[in-house]
Design a protein around this ligand. Structure first.
Ligand code: SAM
Length: 225
């Protein structure tokens, strides 16, 4: 389904100028970015800025990621349609809605019940039926639905959480920002049997992953202060 709305032209411009221009060319990813109405996932007062080339606040001190980063992380999973995918860090629900167009089911875990509730509500309003929103510590993954053929983490971890590697299926990919405030790299892990290969990509900037395998507030602050 394609949502026709007053922001369709702006969304098309976002895809051309922010995503295709930066060499993301997978037609399925571009189509998903063109289809999902990003403005519905931001607070009403920020709707007019929803298609800007930047993250935006969504409440609880959290953000909806920059469109290009959403597209890049999605493309790095190389989804072909039948996968069960885990997202850690639901936030607004936007990334989950993009993933949902490219795989079979998305399980997404959010630490804040209020954000999880709001994301669920927007996804329901948009009739996205293949996203399951959970509340909890996503640094532990979501073992009940494992293994996953793709895992995407949208908050920066001190190191890759072992629980997430455990829940990755053979051949599956895990995309995760790793590092401290101001010094994070996007990592792509691939499981091959009992072995893992890791590729480290460019610098990124995410809010901290919390929970058992995340940053404590103190550690996160001390990394810079
Ligand atoms: N994917 C989101 C979107 O499309 O709007 C953006 C997510 S925001 C950059 C990161 C999210 O990760 C925040 O909502 C934050 O509350 C959540 N988060 C951080 N640590 C978490 C944890 N251990 N478990 C679950 N969610 C966590």
């Amino acid at each position: 389904m394609r949502w026709q709305d007053e922001y369709a032209a702006e969304r098309a411009r976002m895809v051309e100028e922010q995503i295709r221009a930066r060499h993301i060319e997978d037609p399925l990813v571009l189509a998903a970015m063109l289809a999902v109405p990003r403005h519905r996932f931001v607070p009403p007062e920020l709707r007019v800025r929803a298609y800007e080339d930047r993250p935006l606040p969504i409440g609880a001190g959290q953000t909806i990621s920059q469109p290009y980063i959403v597209a890049l992380m999605t493309a790095l999973l190389h989804l072909s349609g039948g996968e069960v995918v885990l997202e850690v860090g639901t936030g607004s629900g936007y990334q989950a809605a993009v993933l949902a167009r490219l795989c079979s089911v998305v399980h997404t875990v959010e630490q804040y019940p209020e954000l999880a509730r709001r994301a669920q509500q927007i996804l329901s309003e948009l009739s996205v039926t293949n996203v399951r929103v959970h509340t909890g510590d996503g640094s532990l993954g979501w073992p009940a639905a494992a293994p996953y053929q793709g895992i995407l983490v949208t908050a920066a971890a001190p190191e890759v959480p072992p629980a997430l590697l455990d829940q990755l299926d053979d051949g599956g990919r895990l995309v995760i920002p790793v590092g401290a405030r101001g010094d994070q790299k996007l990592q792509v892990w691939r499981r091959i049997g009992d072995h893992f290969r890791m590729k480290s990509l460019g610098l990124v900037s995410f809010v901290p992953l919390r929970g058992l395998y995340g940053w404590t507030d103190r550690e996160w602050r001390e990394e810079i202060d």
